[in-house]
Design a protein around this ligand. Structure first.
Ligand code: AMP
Length: 282
Protein backbone atom coordinates (compact mmCIF):
# COMPACT_ATOMS: atom_id res chain seq x y z
CA UNK A 1 0.00 0.00 0.00
CA UNK A 2 1.29 3.42 -0.94
CA UNK A 3 0.83 6.28 1.51
CA UNK A 4 0.72 9.65 -0.21
CA UNK A 5 0.76 12.89 1.75
CA UNK A 6 1.17 15.44 -1.01
CA UNK A 7 -1.73 16.73 -3.11
CA UNK A 8 0.36 17.15 -6.24
CA UNK A 9 1.83 13.66 -5.94
CA UNK A 10 -1.61 12.12 -5.42
CA UNK A 11 -2.97 13.95 -8.44
CA UNK A 12 -0.01 12.93 -10.62
CA UNK A 13 -0.39 9.32 -9.55
CA UNK A 14 -4.15 9.35 -10.17
CA UNK A 15 -3.82 10.88 -13.63
CA UNK A 16 -1.17 8.29 -14.54
CA UNK A 17 -3.42 5.44 -13.37
CA UNK A 18 -6.34 6.89 -15.28
CA UNK A 19 -4.40 7.25 -18.50
CA UNK A 20 -3.28 3.63 -18.08
CA UNK A 21 -6.97 2.74 -18.28
CA UNK A 22 -7.58 2.08 -14.57
CA UNK A 23 -10.91 2.88 -12.87
CA UNK A 24 -10.11 4.32 -9.49
CA UNK A 25 -12.54 3.51 -6.66
CA UNK A 26 -12.50 6.11 -3.91
CA UNK A 27 -13.60 6.11 -0.26
CA UNK A 28 -13.25 9.51 1.43
CA UNK A 29 -13.12 9.36 5.24
CA UNK A 30 -12.12 11.37 8.29
CA UNK A 31 -10.24 8.38 9.70
CA UNK A 32 -10.63 6.57 13.01
CA UNK A 33 -11.77 3.80 10.75
CA UNK A 34 -14.39 1.24 11.74
CA UNK A 35 -16.51 -1.49 10.18
CA UNK A 36 -18.70 1.12 8.43
CA UNK A 37 -15.69 2.47 6.53
CA UNK A 38 -14.45 -1.06 5.86
CA UNK A 39 -17.76 -1.99 4.25
CA UNK A 40 -17.36 0.94 1.83
CA UNK A 41 -13.81 -0.18 0.96
CA UNK A 42 -15.19 -3.61 0.10
CA UNK A 43 -17.83 -2.10 -2.15
CA UNK A 44 -15.12 -0.07 -3.88
CA UNK A 45 -13.07 -3.23 -4.40
CA UNK A 46 -16.01 -5.05 -5.95
CA UNK A 47 -16.63 -2.23 -8.36
CA UNK A 48 -13.18 -0.97 -9.32
CA UNK A 49 -9.41 -1.12 -9.02
CA UNK A 50 -7.29 0.40 -7.70
CA UNK A 51 -8.90 1.58 -4.44
CA UNK A 52 -7.90 4.89 -2.87
CA UNK A 53 -8.93 5.81 0.68
CA UNK A 54 -8.46 9.34 1.98
CA UNK A 55 -8.13 10.29 5.61
CA UNK A 56 -8.63 13.97 6.24
CA UNK A 57 -10.41 15.58 9.18
CA UNK A 58 -11.83 18.43 7.13
CA UNK A 59 -11.83 21.67 9.15
CA UNK A 60 -14.30 23.48 6.86
CA UNK A 61 -17.15 21.12 7.72
CA UNK A 62 -16.93 21.75 11.47
CA UNK A 63 -18.76 24.67 13.06
CA UNK A 64 -16.99 27.02 15.48
CA UNK A 65 -18.31 25.20 18.56
CA UNK A 66 -17.96 21.69 17.20
CA UNK A 67 -15.48 18.91 17.91
CA UNK A 68 -12.72 19.51 15.31
CA UNK A 69 -9.87 19.43 17.85
CA UNK A 70 -11.35 16.56 19.84
CA UNK A 71 -12.22 14.45 16.78
CA UNK A 72 -10.61 11.03 17.36
CA UNK A 73 -7.49 10.27 15.34
CA UNK A 74 -5.30 7.15 15.18
CA UNK A 75 -3.33 7.02 11.97
CA UNK A 76 -1.31 3.91 12.90
CA UNK A 77 -4.45 1.87 13.44
CA UNK A 78 -6.12 3.32 10.32
CA UNK A 79 -3.08 2.38 8.25
CA UNK A 80 -3.31 -1.23 9.47
CA UNK A 81 -7.00 -1.39 8.64
CA UNK A 82 -6.39 -0.07 5.13
CA UNK A 83 -3.64 -2.65 4.61
CA UNK A 84 -5.93 -5.42 5.86
CA UNK A 85 -8.62 -4.27 3.41
CA UNK A 86 -6.18 -4.36 0.50
CA UNK A 87 -6.35 -0.61 -0.13
CA UNK A 88 -3.91 0.39 -2.88
CA UNK A 89 -3.31 4.03 -1.98
CA UNK A 90 -3.93 5.79 1.31
CA UNK A 91 -4.10 9.54 0.79
CA UNK A 92 -3.38 11.35 4.05
CA UNK A 93 -2.84 15.04 3.40
CA UNK A 94 -1.98 17.64 6.04
CA UNK A 95 -4.39 20.57 6.54
CA UNK A 96 -2.09 23.04 4.77
CA UNK A 97 -1.77 20.67 1.80
CA UNK A 98 -5.54 20.73 1.31
CA UNK A 99 -6.26 24.39 2.06
CA UNK A 100 -4.11 27.44 1.44
CA UNK A 101 -4.42 30.12 4.10
CA UNK A 102 -6.15 32.35 1.54
CA UNK A 103 -8.55 29.74 0.02
CA UNK A 104 -11.55 31.67 -1.28
CA UNK A 105 -13.54 29.27 -3.47
CA UNK A 106 -16.16 27.02 -1.91
CA UNK A 107 -18.90 24.72 -3.25
CA UNK A 108 -22.43 25.34 -2.03
CA UNK A 109 -25.44 23.09 -2.65
CA UNK A 110 -28.47 25.29 -2.15
CA UNK A 111 -31.44 22.95 -1.83
CA UNK A 112 -30.88 19.53 -0.26
CA UNK A 113 -28.41 20.93 2.26
CA UNK A 114 -30.93 23.34 3.82
CA UNK A 115 -32.95 21.07 6.12
CA UNK A 116 -32.13 18.22 8.52
CA UNK A 117 -28.49 18.55 9.64
CA UNK A 118 -28.07 21.70 7.55
CA UNK A 119 -30.39 23.56 9.94
CA UNK A 120 -28.33 22.93 13.05
CA UNK A 121 -24.97 22.88 11.21
CA UNK A 122 -25.29 25.81 8.77
CA UNK A 123 -21.90 25.63 6.99
CA UNK A 124 -21.42 21.90 7.31
CA UNK A 125 -22.40 20.84 3.78
CA UNK A 126 -20.49 23.74 2.23
CA UNK A 127 -17.41 22.23 3.85
CA UNK A 128 -18.34 18.71 2.79
CA UNK A 129 -19.02 19.70 -0.84
CA UNK A 130 -15.86 21.77 -1.04
CA UNK A 131 -13.60 19.04 0.28
CA UNK A 132 -15.20 16.28 -1.80
CA UNK A 133 -14.99 18.40 -4.96
CA UNK A 134 -11.31 18.99 -4.21
CA UNK A 135 -10.76 15.29 -3.50
CA UNK A 136 -12.49 14.33 -6.75
CA UNK A 137 -10.09 16.60 -8.64
CA UNK A 138 -7.10 15.22 -6.76
CA UNK A 139 -8.00 11.49 -6.77
CA UNK A 140 -9.77 11.36 -10.17
CA UNK A 141 -12.09 8.49 -9.20
CA UNK A 142 -14.43 6.66 -11.56
CA UNK A 143 -16.56 5.68 -8.58
CA UNK A 144 -16.84 7.12 -5.07
CA UNK A 145 -18.50 5.27 -2.21
CA UNK A 146 -20.43 6.97 0.61
CA UNK A 147 -22.42 5.54 3.52
CA UNK A 148 -26.18 5.82 3.98
CA UNK A 149 -25.41 6.56 7.63
CA UNK A 150 -24.97 10.14 6.39
CA UNK A 151 -27.97 10.01 4.09
CA UNK A 152 -28.31 13.74 3.55
CA UNK A 153 -24.61 14.00 2.77
CA UNK A 154 -25.03 11.25 0.18
CA UNK A 155 -27.91 13.15 -1.48
CA UNK A 156 -26.05 16.46 -1.43
CA UNK A 157 -22.93 14.88 -2.93
CA UNK A 158 -24.93 13.09 -5.64
CA UNK A 159 -26.46 16.43 -6.54
CA UNK A 160 -23.08 18.18 -6.54
CA UNK A 161 -21.62 15.44 -8.77
CA UNK A 162 -24.55 15.75 -11.17
CA UNK A 163 -24.72 19.53 -11.26
CA UNK A 164 -20.97 20.11 -11.58
CA UNK A 165 -20.60 17.26 -14.11
CA UNK A 166 -17.95 15.33 -12.23
CA UNK A 167 -17.31 12.12 -14.21
CA UNK A 168 -17.82 10.10 -11.05
CA UNK A 169 -20.39 7.44 -10.22
CA UNK A 170 -21.61 7.92 -6.66
CA UNK A 171 -22.29 4.58 -4.98
CA UNK A 172 -23.83 4.09 -1.54
CA UNK A 173 -23.37 1.47 1.16
CA UNK A 174 -25.91 0.51 3.87
CA UNK A 175 -25.56 1.55 7.51
CA UNK A 176 -23.31 -0.80 9.46
CA UNK A 177 -24.43 -1.28 13.07
CA UNK A 178 -23.08 -2.66 16.31
CA UNK A 179 -24.61 -5.98 17.39
CA UNK A 180 -27.14 -4.18 19.57
CA UNK A 181 -28.22 -1.89 16.73
CA UNK A 182 -26.29 1.33 17.40
CA UNK A 183 -25.07 2.79 14.10
CA UNK A 184 -21.27 2.68 14.14
CA UNK A 185 -19.67 6.11 14.22
CA UNK A 186 -16.24 7.46 15.10
CA UNK A 187 -18.09 9.76 17.53
CA UNK A 188 -19.40 6.80 19.56
CA UNK A 189 -15.99 6.92 21.22
CA UNK A 190 -17.11 10.04 23.10
CA UNK A 191 -19.89 8.15 24.92
CA UNK A 192 -19.55 7.11 28.56
CA UNK A 193 -20.82 3.64 29.46
CA UNK A 194 -24.17 5.01 30.55
CA UNK A 195 -24.47 7.24 27.48
CA UNK A 196 -23.59 4.30 25.24
CA UNK A 197 -26.44 2.36 26.84
CA UNK A 198 -28.91 5.19 26.36
CA UNK A 199 -27.73 5.80 22.78
CA UNK A 200 -29.62 2.65 21.85
CA UNK A 201 -32.80 4.73 21.96
CA UNK A 202 -32.02 5.96 18.43
CA UNK A 203 -32.26 2.50 16.91
CA UNK A 204 -35.20 1.61 19.12
CA UNK A 205 -37.02 4.73 17.98
CA UNK A 206 -36.49 3.88 14.31
CA UNK A 207 -37.70 0.32 14.98
CA UNK A 208 -40.82 1.65 16.70
CA UNK A 209 -41.64 3.89 13.75
CA UNK A 210 -41.06 1.07 11.28
CA UNK A 211 -43.45 -1.07 13.25
CA UNK A 212 -46.12 1.63 13.19
CA UNK A 213 -45.55 2.02 9.43
CA UNK A 214 -45.80 -1.76 8.92
CA UNK A 215 -49.14 -1.60 10.77
CA UNK A 216 -50.45 0.64 7.97
CA UNK A 217 -49.90 4.13 9.46
CA UNK A 218 -48.89 6.70 6.83
CA UNK A 219 -49.25 9.95 8.77
CA UNK A 220 -45.81 11.48 9.30
CA UNK A 221 -46.79 13.16 12.58
CA UNK A 222 -47.86 9.82 14.06
CA UNK A 223 -44.57 8.22 13.05
CA UNK A 224 -42.60 11.13 14.49
CA UNK A 225 -44.54 10.77 17.76
CA UNK A 226 -43.61 7.09 17.90
CA UNK A 227 -39.96 8.10 17.54
CA UNK A 228 -40.22 10.86 20.15
CA UNK A 229 -41.75 8.51 22.73
CA UNK A 230 -38.79 6.12 22.47
CA UNK A 231 -36.21 8.91 22.70
CA UNK A 232 -37.97 10.45 25.70
CA UNK A 233 -37.38 7.22 27.62
CA UNK A 234 -33.63 8.03 27.72
CA UNK A 235 -32.99 10.83 30.27
CA UNK A 236 -29.63 11.81 28.72
CA UNK A 237 -31.14 12.20 25.24
CA UNK A 238 -32.06 15.58 23.79
CA UNK A 239 -33.70 15.69 20.37
CA UNK A 240 -32.14 17.95 17.74
CA UNK A 241 -34.60 16.84 15.04
CA UNK A 242 -36.92 14.03 14.01
CA UNK A 243 -38.00 14.42 10.40
CA UNK A 244 -39.77 12.56 7.65
CA UNK A 245 -38.76 13.74 4.22
CA UNK A 246 -39.01 12.45 0.69
CA UNK A 247 -36.15 9.97 0.23
CA UNK A 248 -35.06 11.62 -3.03
CA UNK A 249 -35.59 15.35 -2.79
CA UNK A 250 -35.48 15.56 1.05
CA UNK A 251 -38.63 17.71 1.15
CA UNK A 252 -40.80 17.38 4.22
CA UNK A 253 -43.78 15.01 3.87
CA UNK A 254 -47.06 14.90 5.81
CA UNK A 255 -48.19 11.54 4.45
CA UNK A 256 -46.00 8.77 3.19
CA UNK A 257 -46.84 7.87 -0.37
CA UNK A 258 -43.34 7.22 -1.70
CA UNK A 259 -40.17 6.04 0.04
CA UNK A 260 -39.48 8.47 2.86
CA UNK A 261 -36.40 9.08 4.94
CA UNK A 262 -36.99 9.04 8.66
CA UNK A 263 -33.95 10.87 9.98
CA UNK A 264 -33.00 11.84 13.48
CA UNK A 265 -30.28 13.71 15.27
CA UNK A 266 -30.14 13.31 19.04
CA UNK A 267 -27.70 14.59 21.62
CA UNK A 268 -26.70 11.94 24.12
CA UNK A 269 -25.05 14.11 26.75
CA UNK A 270 -22.93 16.45 24.61
CA UNK A 271 -22.43 13.97 21.75
CA UNK A 272 -24.64 14.50 18.73
CA UNK A 273 -25.59 11.23 17.03
CA UNK A 274 -27.52 10.74 13.79
CA UNK A 275 -29.37 7.73 12.44
CA UNK A 276 -31.98 7.07 9.80
CA UNK A 277 -34.08 4.54 7.98
CA UNK A 278 -35.99 4.65 4.72
CA UNK A 279 -39.61 3.61 5.17
CA UNK A 280 -41.53 2.22 2.23
CA UNK A 281 -38.30 1.46 0.38
CA UNK A 282 -39.15 0.11 -3.07
P1 AMP B 1 -16.59 9.79 8.21
O1 AMP B 1 -15.21 9.24 8.41
O2 AMP B 1 -17.45 9.75 9.43
O3 AMP B 1 -16.59 11.13 7.51
O4 AMP B 1 -17.30 8.79 7.20
C1 AMP B 1 -16.71 8.45 5.97
C2 AMP B 1 -17.71 7.65 5.18
O5 AMP B 1 -18.09 6.49 5.92
C3 AMP B 1 -19.01 8.41 4.89
O6 AMP B 1 -19.45 8.11 3.57
C4 AMP B 1 -19.95 7.85 5.92
O7 AMP B 1 -21.31 7.91 5.52
C5 AMP B 1 -19.48 6.42 6.00
N1 AMP B 1 -19.90 5.78 7.26
C6 AMP B 1 -19.68 6.23 8.52
N2 AMP B 1 -20.25 5.40 9.42
C7 AMP B 1 -20.86 4.43 8.71
C8 AMP B 1 -21.64 3.28 9.07
N3 AMP B 1 -21.91 2.99 10.33
N4 AMP B 1 -22.12 2.50 8.08
C9 AMP B 1 -21.86 2.81 6.78
N5 AMP B 1 -21.14 3.86 6.38
C10 AMP B 1 -20.64 4.66 7.33
Amino acid sequence: MEIIRSVSEMQRRALALKSAGENIGFVPTMGYLHRGHRSLMRIAHERSAPVVVSIFVNPTQFGANEDLDAYPRDFGRDEQICRAEGVDILFYPADDEMYRGDSSVFVVEERLAQGLCGRSRPDHFRGVCTVVAKLFNIVQPAIAVFGEKDYQQLCVLRRMTRDLNFPVEVVSGPIVREKDGLAISSRNKYLSQEERRQALCLRQALDAAEEVYAGGERDAAVLRDAVRREIDVAPLAKIDYIELVDAENLESVDRIRRPALLALAVYIGVTRLIDNTVVGRL
